[in-house]
Ligand binder design. Structure first.
Ligand code: FES
Length: 247
């Protein structure tokens, strides 16, 4: 199917169109759309224009539109991206949109993220305060633990790294890059009372040692985090111990 229509966006059309091929689940096929270009145009703008003007049945997710909720993640030309943060450039004449790989498709571009969040839940992804913690706990911005934690903190659970990881795709019991990255931020935190147990639980055969350093997780992360680097740090801690903690 191919459809074409004029733009009704508040932003004026540039007069040219973008051809978009989108994976559909009912029936399992692809649909092509010609979408009038507006400037600037994000992938999410393009999807909304299709849904509004050409095919109201197109399924996709979004919520915040500012790169914070992670719900709009999909694959554009094979690469995991946030639809709300990815610009359709003047060179993008043909786009191919698919749902995230490695997760069950619910409909069209919508995937079931249950497997991703099941792995996330396995690492106890919240701080377990130490019993001797005195409030307020002061961790200096220039402390060594902050140097480990801060670069890995901005994960929005979009699933791009998990989807891009060939190991997670092949073995469902792999904890996966997002959860391992989160585990590192807690294990490195001196306020956390479950650091040693957490380190042991994420450095088994289904955890950090399963990684093969393909670095797809780091390449896919739309927030610029380095889950592969976090996994490397976890391995080092497993071998050398957590800094300032007696094993
Ligand atoms: S809509 Fe929230 S990250 Fe894109």
């Amino acid at each position: 199917m191919r459809a074409s229509t004029s733009a009704t966006s508040a932003r004026p059309s540039t007069g040219s169109t973008v051809r978009v091929s989108i994976a559909r689940s009912d029936p399992a096929s692809r649909t092509e759309f010609d979408v009038p270009r507006i400037e600037p145009m994000m992938v999410l703008d393009l999807l909304l224009a299709i849904q509004r003007e050409q095919d109201a049945s197109l399924g996709f997710r979004f919520s915040c539109r500012v790169g914070m909720c992670g719900t709009c993640t999909l694959r554009m030309n094979g690469r995991s991206v946030l639809a709300c943060q990815t610009r359709v450039t003047a060179d993008d004449d043909d786009l191919r949109l698919d749902p995230l790989s490695g997760l069950p498709v619910v409909r069209d571009l919508i995937v079931d993220t249950t497997p991703f969040f099941e792995e996330w839940a396995r690492i106890t992804p919240y701080l377990v305060p130490t019993t001797e913690l005195t409030e307020p706990a002061v961790i200096r911005p220039d402390s060594s633990e902050r140097q480990v934690i801060d670069p890995q903190l901005d994960c929005i659970n979009c699933g791009a790294c998990y989807s891009g990881c060939g190991i997670a795709d092949a073995r469902r019991d792999f904890i996966g890059p997002a959860a391992l990255n989160r585990a590192l931020t807690l294990i490195a935190d001196s306020r956390d009372g479950a650091r040693l147990e957490r380190l042991r639980s994420v450095t088994g055969d289904d955890g950090a040692w399963r990684c093969r350093y393909i670095h797809a997780c780091t390449a896919m992360c739309p927030k610029g985090l380095d889950p592969a680097g976090a996994i490397r740090k976890l391995r080092r801690m497993a071998l050398e111990g957590i800094p300032n903690v007696d094993a």
